[in-house]
Design a protein around this ligand. Structure first.
Ligand code: NDP
Ligand code: VSD
Length: 357
């Protein structure tokens, strides 16, 4: 039996590249070190009283973390706390608390984090999940709602990050201690957004830019910065947004299958443990991220690069198709009128998945 021996410089270079990257990728898939251990560490989760935030809090409690959750409504927080206690890996030895605060205010953010510090010390991980979408046509939205969306979705993250970084940087970890982490939650619509989310998506896209910039600055303070990009999450917040969501928006998001809060939490945590920076939770997110890498750190560089090339071509078809949905809608139903009742039941997440796959 004889093996073909590569003889030209290009064939040699390609063979060497494959010989190095394939085993490295396989090794990284199965045996890489956990880059975000949480056992015995203090984790703060904003928006931890329900939906994705609560699922993340429960999952990290199962992995041995001490967890503090922050949101406004004390009744929901108190209920969530009992769920955390029953999720603990070692009940009785892990600590859980909640702080009630409106995180759109910088003073409230600082107060909540100071309360947490007094209770359990400087947090090792701060993960922002607080946020909410008010869908609707931009043209018809009240300017107060437009501003409110920026406050809820961007200011809350900006102020939490500012307070958290100041706490962490003021008490550096000893040499060799596991890294600290700052984790934001954006949405796939930071990569490509659709009609009906124009009050929400720009604020969520700003979070991605904040994560990119802070990732670099936080190299100074020993904090790893990450940003998660879930698609539709079947959460209590999603049920609320469905009530006012334009039917056109439901059609446009029909390619998204959606995930439960628990699945979103599992996907994010698994990928954060691998050390990923821009974290997606499903294939749709993978595809949408591929068109938007810019200068952000890649996960698997060769896969992400090939995906970026493929998706650049896919968009040539997909972009006009999405716009075509809008023109088809207006031909059939006319321009949506503010306050008028729309035709129901013609779209929604998952509706178009069969075609998309
Ligand atoms: N649901 C979806 O389809 C998607 C959601 N996302 C994002 O993921 C994250 C989680 O979403 P989801 O699971 O739907 O969450 P929910 O809407 O179900 O819950 C939101 C949480 O944030 C808290 N919160 C909201 N506003 C504030 C505030 N001003 N100060 C403090 N806490 C606040 C809420 O508590 P309280 O009201 O008591 O303050 C609650 O705990 C959000 O950032 C969301 O934008 C991303 C992609 C898709
Ligand atoms: C090359 C790839 C083609 C992709 C086609 C594009 C399809 C657009 C899907 C948009 C999905 C929106 C989910 C947003 C969830 C969210 O953030 C809100 N529910 C807020 O709570």
């Amino acid at each position: 039996m004889s093996f073909p021996i590569p003889s030209t410089p290009l064939a040699l270079a390609l063979t060497a590249a494959v010989a190095v990257t394939v085993p490295a990728t396989v090794f990284n898939m199965f045996w890489s070190k956990n880059k975000m251990p949480v056992d015995g560490r203090l984790v703060v989760i904003t928006g931890g009283s329900q939906g994705m935030g609560l699922s993340v809090a429960k999952l990290l409690a199962q992995k041995g973390a001490n967890v503090a959750i922050v949101a406004r409504d004390r009744t929901k927080l108190a209920h969530a706390l009992t769920e955390l206690e029953t999720s603990a890996a070692r009940p009785g030895t892990q600590k859980f608390m909640f702080a009630s605060a409106d995180l759109t205010s910088s003073a409230e953010c600082r107060r909540a984090l100071d309360e947490i510090k007094a209770w359990g010390g400087v947090p090792d991980i701060v993960w922002t999940c607080a946020g909410a979408a008010v869908p609707g046509y931009f043209k018809d939205m009240d300017p107060d709602v437009l501003e409110g969306q920026v406050k809820t979705n961007y200011f809350s993250v900006m102020h939490t990050a500012h307070a958290a970084i100041n706490l962490m940087a003021a008490s550096p970890l000893p040499e060799g201690a596991p890294q600290r982490h700052l984790i934001f939650t954006s949405t796939v619509m930071a990569f490509y957004t659709i009609a009906g989310y124009n009050a929400y998506s720009p604020a969520k896209a700003a979070i991605r830019t904040l994560a990119d910039g802070l990732r670099q600055e936080c190299l100074l303070y020993g904090i790893d910065v990450h940003c998660c990009f879930p698609g539709t999450i079947y959460s209590p917040g999603f049920e609320v947004e469905q009530r006012t969501k334009p039917e056109l928006t439901k059609i446009l998001e029909g390619s998204d299958e959606g995930q439960t809060p628990d699945v979103v939490a599992q996907m994010c945590v698994a990928r954060l443990e691998k050390g990923q920076t821009l974290v997606v939770t499903a294939f749709l997110g993978e595809a949408m991220r591929a068109g938007n890498w810019g200068g952000s750190p890649r996960g698997c560089w060769w896969f992400d690069t090939i995906m970026a090339w493929v998706i650049a071509v896919v968009w040539l078809v997909m972009g006009p198709m999405m716009d075509g949905d809008v023109t088809k809608y207006v031909k059939k139903h006319g321009v949506p009128v503010k306050g008028a009742k729309e035709t129901k039941g013609i779209g929604g997440p998952g509706e178009r998945t069969a075609m998309f796959l």
